[in-house]
Write a protein that binds this ligand. Structure first.
Ligand SMILES: Cc1cc2nc3c(=O)[nH]c(=O)nc-3n(C[C@H](O)[C@H](O)[C@H](O)COP(=O)(O)O)c2cc1C
Length: 193
C-alpha cells in the first residue's frame, strides 16, 4: 500500500511527462545580418524580450564553482554590459563572493520563454574598481543598502570567452550562434541543433 509520500512521486512524474517545452513563438532571425559584436545582438534580444512581455528579462542564472570544483548556481540581476564585460553585483561575504575569489570564472544564463530564446555567457571573472562597486551600491534603494557592511558590496564582470545565442523552433530545427573573441573583435559561427 502506498503512503501519501509515495503517492505524490508518480503523480509529479506523470505530470512532468505530459509537459511541453519550447511553446513560445520564435521571431524572425536573419542569420545573414548578424552583428559583429555579441553585445549588439544581446541588446536587440533583451529589448525584444521586454517588448514581448517578459517581466524581468534582465534576471539570469549565475553559475560558479567552489574550491572543490563543485558547481553552484543562483538567480540574479544583470547590472550592465560595458566594453569589458557583463556585470553582476553582490556581497563579497556571500557564497558566490567566496567562490569567485577562489575560482574567478562564471557562466550566466538567460531564458526568454515567449521568444524561445536563451543566451549563455561564460568566461573569467574580474572585480570592478572600488569606486564602481561603491557607485553600484549607491544606486540601490536605501532599503537595499541596509545591512551591507562597508566595503562588502562588489560589482564583478564576466569577461566572456564564449557567448551562445540559441533560438528554439517547433520543428526542432533549433539555431545556435556562438561568438568567441578573435583578435580585437569576435568571430561567430552558426549551427543548427
Ligand atoms: C529575481 C532575483 C534576483 C536576484 N538578484 C540578486 C542580485 O542581483 N544580487 C544578489 O546578490 N542576489 C540576488 N538574488 C538572490 C540570489 O539568488 C541568492 O539567493 C543570493 O545572492 C545568495 O546566493 P549565494 O549564496 O550563491 O551567494 C536574486 C534572486 C532573485 C530570485
Amino acid at each position: 500500500m502506498l503512503d501519501d509520500q509515495d503517492r505524490r512521486i508518480p503523480t509529479l512524474n506523470d505530470w512532468l511527462r505530459g509537459r511541453h517545452a519550447l511553446t513560445g513563438v520564435a521571431p524572425e532571425w536573419d542569420l545573414d545580418a548578424l552583428p559583429a559584436e555579441p553585445t549588439v545582438l544581446f541588446h536587440e534580444w533583451m529589448l525584444r524580450a521586454a517588448a514581448d512581455g517578459v517581466a524581468e528579462p534582465h534576471t539570469a542564472t549565475l553559475a560558479t564553482v567552489d574550491a572543490e570544483g563543485v558547481p553552484d548556481a543562483r538567480t540574479l540581476i544583470l547590472k550592465g554590459i560595458d566594453g569589458s564585460g557583463w556585470a553582476f553585483a553582490s556581497t563579497r561575504s556571500s557564497r558566490k563572493g567566496a567562490q569567485v575569489a577562489q575560482a574567478p570564472a562564471a557562466a550566466l544564463n538567460f531564458w526568454w520563454q515567449p521568444q524561445v530564446r536563451a543566451v549563455r555567457v561564460r568566461g573569467r571573472v574580474e572585480e570592478a574598481s572600488a569606486e564602481e562597486s561603491a557607485a553600484d551600491l549607491a544606486a540601490r534603494s536605501r532599503a537595499a543598502q541596509e545591512g551591507i557592511a562597508p566595503g562588502d558590496w562588489v560589482r564583478w564582470r564576466i569577461i566572456p570567452s564564449r557567448i551562445e545565442f540559441w533560438q528554439g523552433s517547433r520543428d526542432r530545427r533549433h539555431t545556435r550562434v556562438v561568438y568567441e573573441p578573435l583578435g580585437d573583435g569576435w568571430s561567430h559561427s552558426v549551427s543548427g541543433d
